[in-house]
Write a protein that binds this ligand. Structure first.
Ligand SMILES: Nc1nc2c(ncn2[C@@H]2O[C@H](COP(=O)(O)OP(=O)(O)OP(=O)(O)O)[C@@H](O)[C@H]2O)c(=O)[nH]1
Ligand SMILES: [Mg+2]
Length: 299
């Protein structure tokens, strides 16, 4: 099944963002650290032109640390881009972002002349959560489903920085269907536009190839089965997704499997890696705070 999701409010939001960007000093593009390329909307690169851009690799607490380090090196090669992995719920990590905003807009940040930073990204990557953490209170509505924010909102942090929260934006033609399936697996696509069984099979196939031990540990102690469908059947049985007669309900099994993966129950997992064989120029390594791992044990 082809995945495409471009609900009505996104067209209007695109125009509003294009307008707002003219009065913006720094663009904060929030990506999902588990799928930084699939969660990049190339429209933002076009709209921002030469303005400085911080690419926040959010949900870092859920992503594979080694792969995130490789993505940081990848983004360091892009002109005008500063990558910053973090977890939007962690206040200490997000404060780095404000420092970086001030550094990138040195001509502003004074009373009456605040740094104007716009937070953009695809749906459900954590834009509003990030703003709430930076503000220290719930000023923007957030929730665990895509398209919670549908209109832009300005938030004055009263510390020389004004943020704008914006609706998550996708693109109408999803030609890259592998990317679309990664987005769906991560939770960025509305339920109405996807078929859970297919997305679950896609995620199961990827995890069987890249993280087989995690699957064995959680669902199949006797060893990996031969196909993604059999894996979903085994996980569905473990998670109690049964239809009549003790048969596993594949749709429910796929939904439960994705829910577990998204919540980090399988440990820290990334769904894509930077292009192989990339020549990485010698440059400053990411600062310890950029690659610091959370101290909490894996779920
Ligand atoms: N584990 C984890 N969850 C996060 C993080 N940041 C946000 N979330 C969760 O991701 C979900 C989406 O967060 P939102 O802040 O509403 O995302 P958004 O980008 O504003 O989404 P839209 O408004 O729909 O575009 C919520 O359930 C958040 O709790 C993070 O760093 N780690
Ligand atoms: Mg939002």
């Amino acid at each position: 099944m082809t995945i495409r999701w471009y609900p009505g409010h996104m067209g209007k939001a695109k125009e509003q963002i294009a307008d707002l960007i003219k009065k913006t000093d720094v663009i904060i593009e929030v990506l999902d650290a588990r799928l930084p390329d699939a969660s990049s909307n190339h429209l933002f690169a076009e709209l921002r032109r030469n303005k400085p851009c911080i690419k926040v690799l959010n949900k870092n607490d859920l992503a594979d640390p080694a792969i995130t380090r490789a993505w940081v090196r990848h983004f360091q090669q892009q002109a005008g881009v500063r990558p910053l992995p973090l977890s939007a719920k962690q206040h200490r990590e997000t404060s780095q972002l404000l420092k970086l905003c001030r550094t990138l807009a040195p001509h502003r940040g004074r009373p009456g002349l605040p740094v104007r930073a716009m937070v953009v990204g695809i749906p459900n990557v954590g834009k509003s959560t990030l703003i709430n953490t930076l503000a220290g209170r719930n000023v923007a509505k957030s929730g665990d489903r895509p398209a919670v924010t549908v209109t832009p909102q300005l938030i004055d942090l009263k510390n020389g920085i004004v943020l704008s929260d914006t609706p998550g934006l996708l693109w109408p033609d999803m030609e890259d269907q592998t990317g679309a399936y990664r987005l769906a697996a991560s939770g960025a696509i509305g339920d109405s536009a996807l078929d859970y069984a297919n997305v679950g099979l896609f995620a199961a196939a990827y995890l069987m190839e890249h993280y087989p031990d995690r699957l064995v540990e959680r669902y199949v102690p006797d060893g990996l089965p031969g196909s993604p469908a059999e894996l979903l059947e085994a996980s569905g049985r473990r998670l109690g997704c049964l239809a009549g007669g003790g048969v596993v309900d594949l749709n429910r099994a796929a939904e439960a499997f994705l829910r577990e993966m998204r919540a980090g129950k399988l440990g820290r997992i990334s769904l894509e890696e930077p292009p192989k064989g990339e020549t990485v120029p010698v440059c400053d390594p990411p600062s310890p705070t950029e690659i610091r791992q959370p101290k909490e044990p894996l779920p």
